[in-house]
Design a protein around this ligand. Structure first.
Ligand SMILES: Nc1ncnc2c1ncn2[C@@H]1O[C@H](COP(=O)(O)OP(=O)(O)O)[C@@H](O)[C@H]1O
Ligand SMILES: [Mg+2]
Length: 257
């Protein structure tokens, strides 16, 4: 990136808090996520990584007992306090889960699902979206001759790439990934990591990972969470070579977690 390019702020968290009943799961988060960057969220199990990433498209808004305060500004609109259109938000902020979870439908129908929900009916348009999305995740060559075959017949790694393609099919701005490789073998993991590096040219990516090497390999920024707090966020290189907080250092050197 050239030095004069201005970086757009995609998300800005302002005193963001979240409670599950009495449990204070996200505590006063203040930070930003920038365009065309990969932001990795790391931290020990239960520190709020999944909770945080799900707030970015309000996936946990309807969980019983959830209360949120503060602001999540997405492109300068506070999605916590306005009449935000959830369907539109989730079209723009797509999500990929830990375990590839294709629908029990064909490969084609999985990818065409989002665009159809959003009203695209023309076969030719859907064909183009399906092809582009599958090409974007480097799956097209492997499946182009069996688009009508069940998605559940694909390998685990292919299923996860299919789920990423499904998220891309609605032409989102942001792709959220919650431990996208935790159920995959090393080769499939490497493919997803290569894909993430490729995708950030077109998308903004927020990725939860419990694998610190993965964060170091693919992310631009790393945020370290501990017990619902953001301990530190910085350039990934800085976080791993010279963290500013002792707790970050303890975590990345394996002293806890
Ligand atoms: N639906 C829920 N209801 C109540 N508590 C929850 C719920 N989801 C997560 N929690 C709690 O919130 C905390 C953060 O969970 P989570 O965001 O899943 O952590 P992580 O992804 O970092 O492992 C944990 O203490 C967890 O038990
Ligand atoms: Mg989690």
């Amino acid at each position: 990136m050239s030095a004069v390019a201005t970086t757009k702020t995609v998300f800005n968290m302002n005193d963001l808090n979240l409670w599950y009943g009495e449990h204070h799961a996200l505590k006063n988060l203040n930070f930003s996520i920038y365009d065309h960057e990969v932001t990795a969220i790391i931290g020990p199990s239960g520190c709020g990584k999944s909770t945080f990433i799900k707030t970015l498209n309000l996936m946990n808004k309807t969980v019983p007992g959830v209360k949120m305060s503060g602001e999540i500004n997405y492109n300068n609109q506070n999605i916590l306090n306005s009449k935000v259109d959830l369907v539109e938000l989730r079209k723009n902020v797509g999500m990929v889960f830990q375990k590839g979870n294709p629908f029990p439908q064909s490969i084609y129908d999985n990818v065409a699902y989002g665009p159809r929900v959003h009203g695209t009916k023309k076969k030719q348009v859907l064909d183009e979206i399906v092809e582009k999305s599958l090409k974007d995740v480097a799956l097209w060559d492997e499946v182009k001759d069996r688009l009508k075959a069940p998605a559940l017949g694909l390998s685990g790694g292919q299923q996860q790439r299919l789920c990423i393609a499904r998220a891309l099919a609605t032409k989102p701005e942001v792709v959220l990934m919650d431990e996208p490789t935790s159920a995959l073998d090393p080769i499939s993991t490497l493919k997803i990591e290569e894909l993430v590096l490729e995708l950030k040219k077109q998308y903004t990516i927020v990725m939860v990972t419990h694998n610190m090497q993965q964060a170091a390999r693919v992310s631009d920024k790393t945020a370290f969470f501990l017990m619902g707090e953001l301990v530190e966020i910085n350039d990934t290189e800085q976080v791993f070579s010279n963290p500013t907080d002792q707790r970050t250092e303890d975590y990345i050197t394996g002293r806890f977690g």
